[in-house]
Ligand binder design. Structure first.
Ligand code: AMP
Ligand code: MG
Length: 322
C-alpha cells in the first residue's frame, strides 16, 4: 500500500513540471499556418515574422514588395526579399531552369484556369453539362502560352549584392515566390522562437514544416497525405531539427478530358508539369531547402530530381508516382 502511494506522489511531481503545448493557427501566406510550442508569447512573436514575409511576398496585394517589384521592374529590396530571390536563383541554376520564379505570367494563366474550373464546379447552374470541355471550359491557347513564355528566364534577373537592389532586364517580366516563401517564412519563425528561448516547437505553413528539438522524449511525428486519398496518411516522418515539405499535383488542379493540370509549371514548355510524379516530399536541414527542393524535384522528374537531391547534404526524398 505504502509503495503505491509513493508511486502516485512521484507521478504527481512529474506532472507538475510538465509544461503543456499550445497550438495556434492563423490564415497566412494563402494557407493555414500553425505554431505549436510551450510558450504562448513566443508563438505570438513568431507569427510576426510570418506576417512580415507575407507582406513582402503576397502577389495579391498591390502594395506588397513583390508587387512593387513586378510593377516597376526594379527595386531596392528588403533583406528578406533579396534572400528569397537569391535562394531561388540557386535552385534555378542547380536545376538548369526547372525551378524558375519568373514563371509568374504562366502561373497566372494556369491559376486563373484552375479558378474557372473551381467556379464552374460549384455553380448550381451547370446542369447536365458536367465535365470539362462540354461545360464550355477550354485550355489556354498556344499563343497565350507562347507570349507568357517569352517573359520567362531567371537569367534576366539582375542582382546587386552591394546595394540589395534588383531589376529585370526585360520589361513585362514578373516573379512568383509561391514555391519558396512558405519555407523561408517557417525558418524565420523558428529563428524567432529560438531567440525567445524555445527549444521544442513545430511550425507548419500549409505542409511546409520545421520540427525544432523533440516533443518530450520523442521526435516530432508528421503525417504526409496520400495524393489521391485526402483522408489517408501515406507515411509518417519522425523529425528533429529538420524541415520537410511536399509538392504535389493534388493541391491546385483541374481535370479536363481525364488529364490533370496542376499549379506547378514546367518553364520549358509553359504547361503544367506532365510526368509520372504525383507528389515529392523532401526532408532537409531547414524549411526553405525542403520547400525549394520539393518543387524543383517535382518539375525535374524522378531521375534528374534524385540525382540533384543526392548531391545535397542532409536531404532525403520520397516520391509517390502516379
Ligand atoms: P510548391 O507548393 O512549394 O511546390 O510551390 C508551387 C507554387 O510555386 C505554385 O503554386 C506557383 O506559385 C509556383 N511555381 C509553379 N511552377 C514553378 C516553377 N517551375 N518554379 C518555381 N515556382 C513555381
Ligand atoms: Mg516549394
Amino acid at each position: 500500500m505504502k509503495k503505491i502511494k509513493f508511486l502516485i506522489l512521484i507521478l504527481g511531481l512529474a506532472g507538475c513540471s510538465f509544461q503543456p503545448y499550445h497550438k495556434e493557427a492563423r490564415l497566412m501566406l494563402g494557407t493555414i499556418v500553425e505554431i505549436t510550442c510551450q510558450d504562448r508569447a513566443a508563438i505570438t512573436s513568431a507569427f510576426e515574422e510570418i506576417k512580415k514575409i507575407e507582406t513582402i511576398a503576397n502577389n495579391f496585394n498591390p502594395d506588397s514588395e513583390i508587387s512593387r517589384l513586378n510593377a516597376a521592374g526594379k527595386i531596392q529590396a528588403s533583406q528578406d526579399l533579396y534572400n528569397m530571390v537569391r535562394e531561388s536563383l540557386k535552385y534555378y541554376r542547380l536545376s538548369e531552369g526547372a525551378f524558375d520564379i519568373t514563371v509568374a505570367p504562366l502561373v497566372n494563366i494556369w491559376k486563373e484556369k484552375i479558378r474557372e474550373f473551381e467556379n464552374k464546379k460549384s455553380s448550381p447552374y451547370q446542369g447536365e453539362a458536367g465535365r470539362g470541355k462540354s461545360r464550355g471550359l477550354t485550355l489556354p491557347s498556344e499563343s497565350q502560352i507562347k507570349r507568357a513564355l517569352s517573359l520567362v528566364g531567371s537569367d534576366k534577373i539582375s542582382l546587386d549584392d552591394s546595394t540589395s537592389s534588383m531589376s529585370f532586364t526585360q520589361s513585362g517580366m514578373s516573379i512568383d515566390l509561391g514555391a519558396i516563401a512558405k519555407g523561408y517564412a517557417v525558418d524565420k519563425a523558428v529563428r524567432r522562437l529560438k531567440e525567445s528561448g524555445v527549444r521544442s516547437a513545430l511550425v507548419n505553413a500549409g505542409g511546409n514544416v520545421y520540427c525544432l528539438g523533440k516533443k518530450g522524449s520523442r521526435k516530432w511525428r508528421i503525417g504526409v497525405r496520400h495524393p489521391r486519398k485526402p483522408a489517408e496518411i501515406v507515411f509518417y516522418l519522425d523529425l528533429e531539427n529538420q524541415g520537410a515539405a511536399t509538392s504535389g499535383d493534388y493541391e491546385q488542379f483541374f481535370i479536363l478530358d481525364k488529364k490533370r493540370y496542376s499549379h506547378i509549371i514546367d518553364p520549358k514548355t509553359g504547361w503544367p508539369v506532365d510526368n509520372n510524379i504525383s507528389s515529392v516530399t523532401i526532408i532537409a536541414p531547414d524549411a526553405a531547402t525542403s520547400d525549394g527542393l520539393s518543387t524543383t524535384v517535382f518539375v525535374l522528374g524522378k531521375e534528374k530530381g534524385l540525382e540533384l537531391a543526392g548531391k545535397m547534404d542532409g536531404v532525403e526524398v520520397k516520391i509517390i508516382e502516379k
